[in-house]
Each structure stands twice: as structure tokens, then as C-alpha cells.
Design a protein. Structure first.
Lengths: 379, 510, 323
């Protein structure tokens, strides 16, 4: 009863409706599985077992989730300021350049716990810088940031190819990637945490950047709801006119929000590079930036929701890999479809089921939907 | 009695929990002008939107010309000969007059024939009713009065026999309004039926044959206009005597707090909206700016409060200039004691999605009372909000409630509480009581006068002439971006009305 | 003469590369003029390309392929409509969703049905749209200047190329000379005016989106059945986004759209032509820079240093009746 005047109880708003949306997305995905001639129920079982059945699966699920937490937070921070950062992919990719340079320079001289902070700074700085031009153009010239950040994704891809076939690559190697990082740029694994619960893990890339992701989730919560900057971002996100009236500089707030968003997107590059492959390779982001859109929408832009949604998508990625292995007709691209469906149902169609849920609540208990509370809003 | 053009029987309509219309019965005689009066939110527009097929009634019956009619969309209404002139014109701004007139009434799939037909039809209407307008003009380049004429032409082009006008004079100067009334009388003589929705009683008395009064979604009474008075209608509208004047003593004006000199402001299209305006506001007085909406008042307020760039001129606050380059920091102006209650509380003065307490610091969110370093001091903010809720009787008294869930009057109180409690030296208020219920109007007026009596300089802009006359110690009238006259509070309505219409100025120019 | 031949070749590939952009750009024009942002052009092209190549190879008919491309692409356009018109969802989010669903489902279904790693089987020549040789094209080839222009640039393209360029005046005519066009432009500017005139805003916007779907379907068919002899995964490779940029550059006008797409096509053709070739004065330009150039130029264009693009006023905003 904390919000007696809300149209729906908070648990329905933040719990029930997302769950319904998600269920419908999976239902449609089930039809796609049927379409390729497999049994969707068995597919679901394989998927969940693959993700959570064994310690190995859990570790991989959390490994994937780590990247998605960063990218989801990145989208959410921009969204709270009313901006759509669709360029997380490019910002994460270009951050690989900063990470690569730092790691190649220091992995032989510094221990990982010194290289890591440097790499964090480099990744965040590269991500933030990569969004600076689109943010500036949005703030000063009104260029639609959705389009400019998309363009910067393509430009980032070109820059990274240039760097990886050029100066980042060892001269003798043919593969467009850096050399393998030495111990000084390899992040410690966290697999032992899962093993504490008795699970056995052969090898999994679940690493310490997961903790960084959780820390960032907390920081983002503090930023959005407990700081002046966050207050200003939310004001601008809801009403640019109100922000102008309140003395909030449009240019400053757009650039700040986008750079924080870009920095978070940049940090997602730490996990696959220093945590897993121990190099920077072509296409290493592989769509994680876009997954962030689905994660942020699914998590309703709240850090707690984002962490949960990221774990869900981690599960899909890990379980999806198992699925592709078990059912040859289903490729890993099934995940991309599910991603799209989640964005569709949790994002664009988020209000589709609301009237039905409201009607249901109204029939159960009229008081809870505030029939009596709202007055004086005539024509 | 003439046959009824329209009969509404037992109309009900709810929006969610709000009952906008309850058991409405209404009969409108053919060939008459029928007024419908009521306060904002009384349900007038909803009722007419039902008649026009924009909404469907939850229950009830509509009869047109004695026949039961099922009006499910504007199309049905148009087919039954009902036309509507909306309060906010339903025109495509970058289309020509012709294109707007034929939109939705094109005779066939290609435009050529429709345009030719519309052109000759417009000529006919122009001859018959004196509705002159250039068919090839672009809408956004026409003055408001002509845009409204295009709306009327649209309805007539579709063969409207019954014409509904929703608050048609809100955007017009008195002269334009007179012209409109002449047109309406002419239409009536041609046998058309006119339904006029308004909250201005003077218009009702001047032009209607019969009048119906709505209050809180119900139809309270219907009268022959000749057999009623403004006083009776006003009483029916609000349910009790309106307090037209707030008690107030003589102003004790002190030194100049706000000095505006030769201020000129252009809008985004480069049109001069404020033209060389100068005036002072002293401590301990309320200066009221009267004028028909759209004569530059909004732009002037925005320029003074640092939100909008001015082309030239100066504004001095306590003898020190305000940055008019558009780069002004409204926060800095607040620090200097300038508080601003904006005209548009929904999009400017408040963030409706915020909790009440978050709105109670909007613009003051950098104030040391509410922050600790880069962080918000949530406890201090909420305590402060609770204090204001108590002091300004904001209901419901819940500082965590979403602002959108407060009524218009309470939302306005949230803004006023925030701005007044900062103890500013200068308070500028745009439309203090727009969309606010009667009870809250009285409260707000008393507060504004209390501010004055504390020695604050208060600048009020309102399109409600009554409000200006009741509050102001000095009245400045704005027309076409200029201050065209200054009068005392004793000035008559007629005198101010002429000024608002720019009459003096026009005579001087000729 | 070498230079002239090189120019002709670059211009010829400019035309070929412009066509999918032009079709997609005009597709976007219909929906954006009606007030619906469409970031999902990319995805609709992709499903069009897949449906086209897949059914052409199964039914051995280019025209069935084209029909299916259009059908599926329209279906995706209707999903966008369902989300953004009927349910008033965020149009950008809906577009992103469509791009994902398209990217995932084309690969997955392709793999499941054809087992060629997401490709469709290579199309035989009768399953593709072949080049149309104009009368006398071979005869005049030897004529200096005009000969190659006629035989290389004007003649010798597939029917879809001519469809694309004819769609330009046709779109202009629809927009400015028909009732549908008038209403569509009106609904993109002020849907309330359309609503009160007794026209259904939703149905009008749906029809605009169907036009969008038809054109992206043709664009997709062009990619997989003309430019390429079959579907390859992610074969749109960002063309939908470039088309969107071209639309902004063209200020939502059909003839401008053609020139914008030709410009981007030209840049693309040039970058392919110049790969690894040292340029006078500048020296050797990295391939990656040439590839990124269209995107960089688009950003510069978007920055508004060349005029200001004012989008349809109601664009991106779901229509809700005022209370």
C-alpha cells in the first residue's frame, strides 16, 4: 500500500507486466522453434539445463551476464536523460583499442591489479570519447543521436579493423588481433565462488569484472536517484522545457549523460578481452552492445532489473550455445530472435497487456487501481 | 417552438474513474444560437466531442433532426450535417487553405478535380457569408482570426447545418471576436444552427438565443438568454457566488526591483513578438499585464526569466542586468531573488512523472538546503515538501505521490509553494489560475496579495481580464508585442478591452 | 579513354549500388511522411532478401521470389505498425526489434531449411532478374561517349533498377497529386486534423507502412536476386541505415532522395574502385577510411552544416486523442 494512488500496484507494474511480456516473447520464440521442426518444450529444457544445470553452465551464464550488465546500464543511463544510445556496440568496440594499448604496454611490468584499473580508465575514456561527437551534435546542432550513434558504430568498426590489421597486431602474425596478454593483463577467475557451492567447473571465463559490473549497477542507482546530476538528467529526460526552466544546461546534461553511458559501454569490453580471450580481436563485442537495449528495456531501466535481465540474457546465450549443440536445426541465432522479440514485447509493446491487467485488478479490487482517488480531471 | 436540430438524451461518459458527463439531456432548436457555459472541466468539450463523434458516449441517445442517430466517428457527424470548430484548430500548418478545406472531403482519388471544385465552392461561401480568405495562402502565415475562418469554411464546405464552436474567442482580439459574431448571426439567418461553447458569460449574453449551464459533468439549467442575467449564470456555473474581488489594501510601492527597458524578442521564426517594451515593477506592488493570448506576453516572461533570448533591450534586477543572450542561467537568477511561476505548469513548471517532493525543489536542486556535495539530501527534501504541503493545503498530502495524480489546482499550488517559499524579491507569475478550480483561485489570489504586502515585487500575466483587474495595482495592456497603455485598477473593462484590441494604436497609425 | 571508361564503370556501379538505397529510402519516405519513424528498414530489406531468394530457389521463379519478398517485408512493416500505431509503442524501439528478429530469423531459418550456413542455394539465371538489353545497345557501343553511356549506363540493368528509378516520379506524384498523398502528408504533420476530418489516422498510417513494406521488399529482392545470386547472411550490411541518412539528407522529398542515394552509391562505388590505389596528392588512402567515408559524410551532413532538415512534425509521436 505504499502507492495507493498508482494505477497498478508496484509489484504488478515492475514484476507482473514484464513477466507477461517476457512470456509472450518466449511463446513466439517457441513457434519459431516449431517452424524449424523441433520441440519447443524440449528446447526450453535444454536451454535452462545448459545455463543452470551444472556449475560450468552457471559460470558461463554469469560471464555473459557481466557484459550485458554494462551494456544494459549504458542504455539505461542515457534513457533516463531521454536519449537513446544505440551506439553501445561501437563504444564498446572502440574501448578495445584503449584496453589493447594499456594491456600491451603494461602486462609485462605490472601485476593484474594495477593493469586492471588502468584498463578500466582507458576503456571508460575511449567509450566516453566515442560518444562525445554524437552527443555534442545532438546538444548543439540537434542531429538525431540515434542516427549519429549508428553511424559511429560503423566508423568504429572501420577504425578497429585498421588498428587490428595495423599497429595492434604483432608484425609476424596474420590474424587481425593483438598478441595474447601476459599474466599482468589477465583477470582472476571467480569460478571458485561457484565451486564453493559444490559445483565442479572445468574451465570457464567467469571473472572479477563481474564484481565491477555489480559495483557499477550500484553506482548507477546512486547516480540516477541520489545525486544532483541524476536529478537533472531525469528532469531533462522527462521534459526538456522543465529542465531549461530549472536552469539545467541542455548541452552539459546531454554530454554528461551520454559520456557516462559511453563509459559504461566502454567498460563492457573488459570482460571478453582481459577476462576471457586475453587479447583484442576483430568483432569481439559481437552484438553485446545491442543486447544492452533488450536488457535495459526488460529491466525497466532500473539497475536491479538490469542485473536480473542481464542474467536472463546470459542464460539465453549460454543455454543457446548448448541448444545449438543439442539441436542442430537451431543455431545460436535463435538468441538474436529472442532478443528481438524481447525488445518488441518488453519495449515497443510494453503497454499491450496493461489494459487487461488493469481490468483484471479493477474487477478484483476497485480500490487498488485508484478509482476513488483520481478526481477533478474532467474534459 | 421550432423543431429541434439536436436532442441529447441521457448521455453518460467516463474517462477511467472520471465521470465527464452524467445523464445529460439537451435540446437545441433549429436556426438558433445555443450557448453552453461552464467552468474548465465542466464537461462541455466532452459533450460536444460526443456529438461530433470524436468520442462515443457510454450510454444515451442522440437525435438529429428528430431522427435517432448513431454517431461513431466524425464522418457520421459530418454526414448528418454537423460541423465543429475546435478550440485548437485542426489545421495542417504547412498546407494551403484549399488543401486544408478539402482534406477528408476530396471528391475522388486524384486531387485535381477536388481542388477545382473547392475553389469555386469557396468563392460561393465567400459571397454568401462574407468569409473572405485567400485559398492559396499557407495556414501558418495567416493570422489566428483567419485560421479560424478556415475552420468554419471547412465545416461549411462539408455541408454543415449545425456548427459547434468550442471556445472560439479564446485566441481572438475583441474586434476579431465581434467579426466572428457577425458571421455567426449571418449563418443563423441562413438557417444554420450554432452551438457555442464558452466560459465567457458576456459572449453568451451578447449573441445566444438560449443558454445551458454545465457544472461538474451535469447539465444544471437551460435558460432563454433574454430571461437570465450574468449573475444568475455565474452562480449556476460555480454553484455559489463567485468572489470577484479579493480584499486588499492600498499598495505601498517602494523602490524599483525589476526594470525592463526597450525589450525586443523574436520567436524561432524570426517574428517580432515583443517590441520595444519598457516598464518597472516596484517592491510592494502587483503589476498586471493584460492582453489577448499570443500578443507577446509569453515570450516576454520567458525573456525576463532568462529562458529565451532577447534581441535587444535590458532587464535590471535590483539594479543589476539580467543576461538576455539566451545563455542566462535561470539558477543564477533564482539566487538573485527572481522566482518564476511559468504559464505552462505541465511541461515547464513541473515534471509530471516526478514525485511531489522532487518537484518541490525543481530549479532549487542546487540549493545547499537540499544537497550534500554532489548528492541530494532526500530527508531534507521530503521534510521541506511536507512543510509546503501543510502550509499551502496541497491535497492529497502525500509528498511521494506522482505529480500527475494531483488536480490542476493542487499542481499549481505545488509550483507556487516552491517559488514563494524561496522568499524571492521579485515574483513573476504567468496565468496564475489557468485550469484551476474556484476554491484554489481564491487561495492563490490571497497568497499573491500577501506576497505584495510583504514588500515583494509581483508581475502577473493573465489572459483573464477579471483576474488582472482584481489583483493588480497597475495594469499594463499588451497588444501586438507592445505595451499600449497603463491604467489603474479602477479602469473599466470596456476601456481595457479597447486597449487589448489595439484600437488606440490603430487609430494613431491611420 | 581509359579514364572515360573508368568513369563509366564507376557510374555504372553507382547506379547498381544506389538502387537498394533508393528503394529503401523511398520506403522510409512513405512511413516518415506519415509520421512513423522507421529504423527497421534494414530488417525489412533483410527479410525481403531472404524470402525472395529462398522462394525463388524453391519455386524456380524470380517473380514468385519477388512476390514473397514483398509479402514478408510487408508483414514486418505491419508488425511495426501494430507496435507503433495500434499500441503507440516507441517507434525506434520497435524498429530495433524488427532488425533483430530479421537478422536472427533469416540465418536460423536459412540454416534449418537449406543447411548452407545461413545461405540460400545459388540461384539459377531464370530464378534471378536478368539484365534488360535495350534495342540497339550493342550496335551503338562503339560510338564514342554516347555509345557507352547508352549501352552501359542506360541499358543493361535488371527490371528492378528501372522500377527503382520510376518509383521516384511515381512517389512524387502520389505524394502531391493524389488524395492518399495529401492525407498521408497531413497525418505526418497533424494527425488530429486528419482525425477530426473523419479519416482514420491508424488506417492511413498502416497504408503508408504497407507502401514502405512493398518497397523494402523490392529492395531486398534486388540484393539477393539481382546484385547477388542468392541470400547471404546480413547481406544488407547497414544499407537500411544509410538509406535513412539519405532520407534526412533529402529532407523527405522524393527527387532529393534519388540524388542523395546516387551520391552515397557513388561514394561506395568510388571506394571500391580506389581500394589500394594511391591518389594524387593524398597518397594511399586506407581501405578502412574509404569504407567509413559514407558514414563520416553522413554525420557531417547530419551535423547540419548543409542546410537544416525539418522532419514531419508529428514524426515519432504516437497519436493519442486529446482529452
Amino acid at each position: 500500500m505504499s502507492m495507493p494512488y498508482a494505477k497498478l500496484p508496484a509489484w504488478a507494474d515492475y514484476g507482473l507486466i514484464p513477466v507477461i511480456n517476457l512470456a509472450v516473447a518466449f511463446l513466439v520464440a517457441g513457434f519459431v522453434v516449431l517452424l524449424v521442426g523441433e520441440n519447443p518444450f524440449r528446447a526450453a529444457v535444454v536451454l535452462v539445463e545448459g545455463a543452470f544445470g551444472r556449475g560450468q553452465g552457471i559460470a558461463f551464464t554469469l560471464f555473459y551476464a557481466t557484459t550485458f550488465i554494462f551494456s544494459g546500464l549504458s542504455v539505461a543511463v542515457a534513457a533516463h536523460c531521454g536519449l537513446f544510445n544505440i551506439g553501445g556496440e561501437g563504444q564498446g568496440y572502440i574501448a578495445g583499442l584503449g584496453i589493447g594499448i594499456v594491456c600491451l604496454a603494461f602486462d609485462s611490468v605490472l601485476p593484474w591489479w594495477l593493469t586492471f584499473p588502468l584498463a578500466i580508465v582507458a576503456a571508460a575514456a575511449m567509450g566516453a570519447l566515442w560518444v562525445l561527437i554524437p552527443a555534442y551534435l545532438q546538444a548543439k546542432r540537434g542531429s538525431h543521436i540515434v542516427i549519429t550513434t549508428i553511424m559511429f558504430n560503423f566508423i568504429a568498426a572501420s577504425v578497429m579493423v585498421y588498428a587490428l590489421v595495423g599497429f595492434l597486431k604483432p608484425a609476424i602474425s596474420m590474424a587481425p588481433q593483438t598478441r595474447t596478454f601476459l599474466d599482468g593483463a589477465q583477470l582472476p577467475k571467480l569460478n571458485w565462488v561457484i565451486e564453493l557451492f559444490g559445483a565442479k567447473i572445468r574451465s570457464a571465463p567467469f571473472n572479477i569484472s563481474f564484481l565491477l559490473a555489480l559495483a557499477m549497477a550500484i553506482l548507477v542507482w546512486v547516480l540516477i536517484w541520489r545525486t544532483r546530476l541524476g536529478y537533472e538528467m531525469r528532469t531533462y529526460g522527462h521534459s526538456a522545457k522543465a529542465a531549461r526552466y530549472a536552469g539545467i544546461s541542455e548541452t552539459r546534461i546531454i554530454i554528461m549523460a551520454m559520456m557516462i553511458s559511453g563509459a559504461l559501454a566502454g567498460m563492457m569490453a573488459l570482460n571478453p578481452t582481459m577476462g576471457d580471450q586475453h587479447n583484442v580481436a576483430l568483432e569481439f563485442v559481437s552484438g553485446a552492445g545491442f543486447v544492452g537495449i533488450a536488457v535495459a528495456l526488460m529491466g525497466r531501466l532500473h539497475p536491479v532489473g538490469i542485473v536480473l535481465a542481464a542474467i536472463l540474457f546470459g542464460m539465453l546465450y549460454q543455454g543457446g550455445a548448448e541448444l545449438a549443440f543439442e539441436m542442430p536445426a537451431i543455431s545460436r541465432d535463435m538468441i538474436v530472435i529472442i532478443q528481438g522479440l524481447v525488445i518488441l514485447f518488453a519495449g515497443a509493446l510494453e503497454h499491450m497487456f496493461r489494459p487487461y491487467v488493469q481490468a483484471l485488478f479493477a474487477s478484483l479490487s476497485p480500490r487498488s487501481v485508484g478509482i476513488e482517488a483520481i478526481k477533478g480531471k474532467g474534459a | 417552438m421550432a423543431q429541434a436540430a439536436i436532442e441529447l438524451i441521457g448521455i453518460n461518459k467516463s474517462f477511467g474513474a472520471v465521470r465527464a458527463n452524467r445523464d445529460i439531456n439537451l435540446e437545441i432548436a433549429r436556426g438558433t444560437i445555443h450557448g453552453i457555459v461552464g467552468e474548465n472541466g465542466a464537461g462541455k468539450s466532452t459533450l460536444m466531442s460526443i456529438l461530433y463523434g470524436f468520442y462515443q458516449a457510454d450510454s444515451g441517445e442522440i437525435r438529429v433532426g428528430g431522427q435517432p442517430a448513431s454517431i461513431k466517428s466524425p464522418n457520421d457527424a459530418i454526414a448528418l450535417g454537423i460541423g465543429m470548430v475546435h478550440q485548437h484548430f485542426m489545421l495542417v500548418d504547412n498546407f494551403t487553405v484549399l488543401e486544408n478545406v478539402i482534406l477528408g472531403a476530396e471528391s475522388d482519388a486524384l486531387l485535381k478535380k477536388s481542388i477545382a471544385k473547392a475553389r469555386s465552392e469557396l468563392e460561393r461561401l465567400e459571397r454568401e457569408y462574407g468569409l473572405e480568405v485567400d485559398p492559396d495562402a499557407i495556414i501558418e502565415e495567416l493570422p489566428v482570426g483567419l485560421q479560424q475562418r478556415v475552420e468554419i469554411l471547412k465545416a461549411l464546405y462539408r455541408g454543415a447545418e449545425i456548427l459547434i464552436l468550442d471556445e472560439p474567442t479564446g485566441v481572438l482580439t475583441p474586434a476579431e471576436a465581434d467579426h466572428l459574431f457577425r458571421i455567426l448571426r449571418q449563418l443563423k439567418e441562413q438557417g444554420k444552427t450554432i452551438v457555442l461553447i464558452t466560459h465567457k458569460l458576456r459572449e453568451i449574453m451578447a449573441i445566444t438565443d438560449t443558454v445551458s449551464v454545465m457544472r461538474q459533468g451535469t447539465m444544471v439549467a437551460t435558460r432563454q438568454t433574454t430571461k437570465t442575467t450574468v449573475g444568475e449564470l455565474a452562480e449556476l456555473m460555480v454553484g455559489r457566488r463567485v468572489l470577484l474581488r479579493v480584499e486588499k489594501g492600498e499598495a505601498e510601492a517602494g523602490g524599483v526591483k525589476l526594470a525592463v527597458k526597450n525589450l525586443t524578442v523574436r520567436d524561432s521564426r524570426g517574428v517580432t513578438m515583443v517590441d520595444d517594451v519598457s516598464f518597472d515593477v516596484r517592491a510592494g506592488e502587483i503589476v498586471g499585464i493584460a492582453g489577448v493570448a499570443g500578443n507577446g506576453q509569453s515570450e516576454m516572461l520567458e525573456a525576463i526569466s532568462g529562458i529565451r533570448r532577447a534581441v535587444s533591450g535590458s532587464v535590471m534586477l535590483d539594479g543589476k542586468p539580467i543576461d538576455l543572450t539566451g545563455a542566462a542561467d535561470p539558477g543564477e537568477l533564482r539566487d538573485r531573488g527572481l522566482a518564476h511561476v511559468p504559464e505552462d505548469r505541465h511541461h515547464v513548471g513541473l515534471v509530471l512523472a516526478f514525485e511531489e517532493n522532487e518537484n518541490s525543489i525543481l530549479g532549487y536542486h542546487d540549493d545547499p538546503r537540499y544537497v550534500r556535495g554532489p548528492f541530494l539530501d532526500i530527508d531534507a527534501i521530503r521534510d521541506d515538501a511536507r512543510d509546503k504541503i501543510a502550509k499551502y493545503d496541497i491535497r492529497p498530502a502525500d509528498c511521494r505521490l506522482k505529480t500527475a495524480n494531483f488536480s490542476g489546482g493542487n499542481q499549481q499550488k505545488i509550483v507556487l509553494a516552491r517559488e514563494m517559499e524561496q522568499d524571492p524579491g521579485v515574483l513573476i507569475v504567468g496565468q496564475p489560475t489557468r485550469g484551476v478550480d474556484v476554491g484554489a483561485i481564491e487561495f492563490i489570489h490571497k497568497r499573491l496579495i500577501a506576497m505584495r504586502d510583504q514588500g515583494k515585487a509581483v508581475l502577473v500575466v493573465s489572459v483573464e481580464l477579471d483576474e488582472i483587474r482584481s489583483l493588480s495595482d497597475r495594469i499594463l495592456v499588451m497588444f501586438a508585442g507592445r505595451i499600449v497603455g497603463e491604467r489603474g485598477p479602477e479602469a473599466s473593462e470596456g476601456e481595457l478591452g479597447l486597449l487589448m484590441a489595439g484600437v488606440e494604436q490603430r487609430e494613431a497609425a491611420e | 579513354m581509359d579514364l572515360f571508361n573508368a568513369i563509366i564503370q564507376v557510374l555504372d556501379s553507382t547506379i547498381r549500388l544506389s538502387v537498394p538505397l533508393l528503394l529503401a529510402c523511398l520506403a522510409g519516405l512513405y512511413s516518415e511522411r506519415a509520421g512513423i519513424f522507421d529504423i527497421g528498414l534494414e530488417g525489412k530489406m533483410l527479410v525481403g532478401a531472404f524470402a525472395g531468394a529462398a522462394s525463388a530457389s524453391v519455386f524456380h521463379s524470380a517473380y514468385i521470389g519477388l512476390g514473397m519478398a514483398i509479402l514478408i517485408s510487408v508483414a514486418f512493416a505491419l508488425i511495426h505498425g501494430f507496435a507503433s500505431i495500434t499500441h503507440r509503442g516507441n517507434q525506434i524501439v520497435s524498429g530495433v526489434a524488427i532488425n533483430f528478429i530479421a537478422a536472427g530469423s533469416t540465418i536460423m531459418l536459412g540454416q534449418a531449411w537449406f543447411q548452407q550456413g545461413g545461405r540460400t542455394p545459388a540461384l539459377a539465371s531464370d530464378e534471378r532478374f536478368g539484365a534488360i538489353i535495350w534495342p540497339g545497345a550493342d550496335a551503338v557501343r562503339g560510338v564514342p561517349i554516347l555509345g557507352p553511356i547508352y549501352s552501359e549506363l542506360i541499358s543493361g540493368h535488371s527490371v528492378l533498377v528501372y522500377v527503382a528509378f520510376l518509383a521516384v516520379p511515381f512517389t512524387w506524384w502520389v505524394l502531391f497529386r493524389t488524395r492518399f498523398g495529401l492525407r498521408m502528408r497531413a497525418v505526418g504533420e497533424n494527425p488530429a486534423a486528419v482525425d477530426t476530418a473523419g479519416i482514420s489516422v491508424a488506417w492511413l498510417r498502416y497504408r503508408a507502412l504497407i507502401c514502405t513494406g512493398v518497397l523494402t521488399g523490392i529492395a531486398g529482392a534486388y540484393l539477393s536476386m539481382v546484385q547477388n545470386g542468392g541470400f547471404v547472411k546480413d547481406m544488407t550490411a547497414g544499407k537500411g541505415y544509410i538509406a535513412l541518412a539519405a532520407l534526412i539528407f533529402a529532407k523527405w522529398k522524393p527527387v532529393n532522395a534519388m540524388f542523395a542515394c546516387l551520391l552515397f552509391g557513388f561514394l561506395d562505388a568510388l571506394s571500391i574502385r580506389l581500394q589500394g590505389t594511391p591518389l594524387p596528392l593524398i597518397g594511399k588512402v586506407p581501405v578502412q577510411l574509404m569504407q567509413a567515408l559514407p558514414y563520416i559524410l553522413t554525420v557531417i551532413l547530419l551535423a547540419g552544416f548543409i542546410g537544416k532538415a525539418i522532419p514531419p512534425r508529428a514524426g515519432g509521436v504516437p497519436y493519442v486523442k486529446e482529452r
